[in-house]
Design a protein around this ligand. Sequence first.
Ligand code: FES
Ligand SMILES: [Fe+2]
Length: 375
Amino acid sequence: MPELDSAQRQTPDSLMLTGFWYRALPADRVHRNQLHKAMLLEIPLVIGRDRGGRPFVLRDACPHRGMPLHCGNFDGENVECSYHGWQFDAHNGQCQIIPSLTAEQNLKVDRIYAGSYPCEEQDGFVWVYIPEASAQGAGFAKREEAPEPAPQIEKFGETSNGKYNLAYLTADMPVSIDHGIIGLMDPAHGPFVHQAWWWRGRHSIHEKQKNFEPIPNGFRMSAHTPSSNSAPYKLLRLYAAADSITTTIDFVLPNLRREIIRAGRYWFSSLTTVTPITRTQCRIDVVAAWNIFRWLPFGPELLKFVFAKFVEQDRRTMELQAEGLQHNPHLMLIDDADRPAKWYFQLKAAHLEAKRTGAEMKHPMAGPVTLRWRS
Ligand code: FES
Ligand SMILES: [Fe+2]
């Protein structure tokens, strides 16, 4: 049996990583000419759409005296603070009008900014780029632009004519970002948490062996034929020969889990994120795109039903776990089932170290690794 050395006794630090894109709100909950509140990484945000439908994200605090901007008015172009009526361009936060100024007072209004964040609408969500803490716009500073576009779900063939479905699920989890993420990657909880008569029970536990390889900022469970007790696999087997089905699962910092299943010309692709809301709260968003079951009227509903069930089981588990975590119990990570969780902590530490020193990030994995566990 492997020894539990002190390095294996790890407690999540729940540090929230800045300098990345995060999902903020489902796009269908952000309406034209309305202001919506959201919280990400303990930053209060106000999110809306201009009259052309383009989304924007501002910090939900007026740079004058801190009034939440979501309490103000929005005319489809500028956000007006409800306290003294200062107006800000919704897209870049630049101040347009300060109503109290007289004609002789020559304060340069356009040098003042409300905090503003790059945002993009992608695969059914409004994404927000959260810059390094030191580079926040607001006051007399302009915002920092995102170094790269927001992450997208991978889609295959036929996408130009829109021949795929897209659906999302979202659930709040009362645990820190670290518990949320390691829960997402944990291979050993399946038979205990995700039991259902139509699915599987603990009697189906068997030994598994999976190959992993390092990828930039993360790791990949290499393409393999999925285990016979995974959800989309059972559905896909209705459409393709079992041995033609392959799946790849990637984890990439800060919070992305991509799963791609391909079976001939059919594919199922999902991008799941765990987003830190506060130090003790996170939110899981699963967005899936697929081109199977499109001709079955109940296809998307069936798939949504299966995933909703899974996410609810995870949410309920984390709710109970939060109770256990309240009084700081001693925790441990074991090999091999918790090795992905260890890699996550190592990647996070390596990322922070690279940021601190300015050197290139040192990947914690030297090369491919095979892990074994029973689940
Ligand atoms: S607090 Fe917003 S205008 Fe004064
Ligand atoms: Fe789960």
